[in-house]
Write a protein that binds this ligand. Structure first.
Ligand SMILES: Nc1ncnc2c1ncn2[C@@H]1O[C@H](COP(=O)(O)OP(=O)(O)OP(=O)(O)O)[C@@H](O)[C@H]1O
Length: 292
């Protein structure tokens, strides 16, 4: 469990702004921080990682104090057991992928763990290559592996996928989720992409001008108040097909596939693979007894 109650004065573009965080994050959760530019998202991750000191407050992780302004405690970043991945991959350019991993690894002897990461991130064929000869997606997989080789308990991801194209992004989201689960991580992600957030997050925290304005599941946070239908399900778009003036959207909801008729305005910005909410306003349900 991460518990953070901190404050820090920041110099925003339009004057002073105070970042005020009161945040509890359960162990093993993947939490996304969402908000407009300058809201304080990166600063939140930097404070948790120890790269930036808040003005006052308390940070506790699994009952251990990382920061306590009153008691003058502030653990250094190296003492915090955190992995960090940014949008720019920040691999050492003069080292191969494998050398990057070996350099970051605390225990050089732990070859099995290293091999598993190479396999998980599909870096086998790339491990002897230098970063500049790799594509963006490949470099980001290597950067993720390098963060994970340090066996962090907490993984901080500052828009790690935003520079990548849609297809590679989808694949990396799967890699990320797999690593998050396999290594029992608690992960904080910054992302602007609502379908990505819906796919990955257990919880979403919305920041506005340094303050938390909303918190909950992606469905709770992003669903427009207008869609307050009695029945709401989240699913994944499998197909969108035009039929005369309407569109038939095929959506997988858990293990069922449903077809939703939509107007062009409703499907704007929605594409195959996106996570969507299917809701019904006027709904007349029927009920059947099922065989025991
Ligand atoms: N060390 C600092 N001292 C004072 N102000 C800072 C500091 N770091 C960042 N700021 C300011 O705090 C505000 C929030 O910055 P931050 O990088 O956290 O925003 P963000 O939500 O991550 O934005 P973006 O989506 O554009 O990356 C910005 O206006 C920034 O200029």
């Amino acid at each position: 469990m991460i518990s953070m109650q901190v404050e820090k004065k920041l110099h925003a573009a339009d004057g002073e702004m105070t970042l005020k965080l009161d945040l509890q994050i359960s162990e093993g959760h993947l939490v996304t921080i969402y908000g407009e530019s300058g809201a304080g998202k990166t600063t939140t991750l930097r404070i948790l990682s120890g790269l930036l000191k808040p003005d006052k407050g308390l940070i506790e992780v699994d009952g251990k104090v990382w920061y306590n302004s009153e008691r003058g405690i502030c653990l250094r970043p190296q003492q915090r057991n955190i992995g960090f991945v940014f949008q720019d991959y920040a691999l050492f350019p003069h080292m191969s992928v494998l050398q990057n991993l070996q350099f970051a690894s605390k225990s050089k002897a732990d070859k099995a763990a290293m091999d598993r990461l190479v396999e998980l991130m599909e870096l086998g064929a790339l491990q002897h290559r230098k970063p500049q000869s790799l594509s963006g997606g490949q470099q980001q997989r290597a950067a993720l592996a390098r963060a994970l080789v340090q066996k962090p308990k907490i993984l901080l991801l500052d828009e790690p996928l935003s520079a990548l194209d849609y297809k590679i992004r989808m694949k990396l989201q799967d890699h990320l989720l797999e690593a998050h689960q396999e290594f029992g991580l608690t992960t904080l992600l910054i992302s602007h992409d609502i379908s990505e957030i819906s796919k990955l997050s257990d919880q979403v925290v919305v920041l506005k001008k340094g303050e938390i304005t909303k918190q909950g599941t992606a469905a709770e946070v992003f669903v427009d108040e207008k869609i307050s239908g009695k029945f709401k399900f989240t699913g994944e778009v499998l197909n969108i097909q035009q039929q005369d003036v309407v569109f038939i959207v095929t959506v997988r909801i858990q293990n069922q596939v449903v077809k939703v008729i939509a107007q062009q305005t409703e499907i704007q910005g929605i594409k195959t693979g996106d996570r969507v909410m299917v809701a019904s306003k006027a709904f007349n349900p029927v009920i059947y007894k099922m065989d025991p």
